[in-house]
Write a protein that binds this ligand. Sequence first.
Ligand code: 13P
Length: 254
Amino acid sequence: MRTPFIAGNWKMHKTVSEAITLAEALRTSLADVTGVDLAVGPTATALYAVNRVLSGSNIAVAAQNMHWEEQGAFTGEISPLMVLELAQYVILGHSERRQYFGETDETVNRKLKSALSHSLSPIVCIGENLEQNRAGETVSFVTKQIHGAFAGISAAEARKVTLAYEPIWAIGTGLTATPEDANRIIRTAIRDVLAELYDEQTAETIRVQYGGSVKPHNMAAFIVMPEIDGALVGGASLKADSFTAIVKNALAAL
Ligand code: 13P
């Protein structure tokens, strides 16, 4: 049985004081929640403060990105050692980083290896764009991303990874994949591929979130799908009441 996992990706939102306010509200509103792993991903500048607010709570902290090197002349980057002091999870290969900041399957793979070797829990994002979706290339594209991300990673390490299937055309648009389509893609382009790369047990162990316009009203329809283990939430994670409603609606549907 995979434990459901719901995480909020705050993207480039919230100053430190705003992030503290949101984290404090979530700490209270989600205090009684059990049976689901929870995390929030503030910007790098707010990681320290949010980590302090959420320390000892049932909500973990996620960084949104990191470099693979431990230190060095990489202006503007943060390293796995720096993340490790402030967060348990790290989001890697988000489509916005691939699209706007030149991340590739190869850099995602380097980051993933580094995160795993530093005992961080990675959340690796994959997903097709609208053009690929319309051309019927979703399965082949996501399959390629999975092969790229997991190159050279052992089964034991792979089991520690969470994947987030986020169709790019569903991010921030109010459009979602249908739960059935998301379930089918996760089965055929993710779990079947992982079973081939590794083995059945590894494929069944890895958690896969859905991401892309997850809101309180549609969370239940995704979480009841057998292949979907939770959500990576963008816009609706920026307010305590909507993120709380997403978590509670998911739990009520399980
Ligand atoms: P939205 O929930 O705003 O569509 O963002 C999804 C996402 O990109 C989470 O990483």
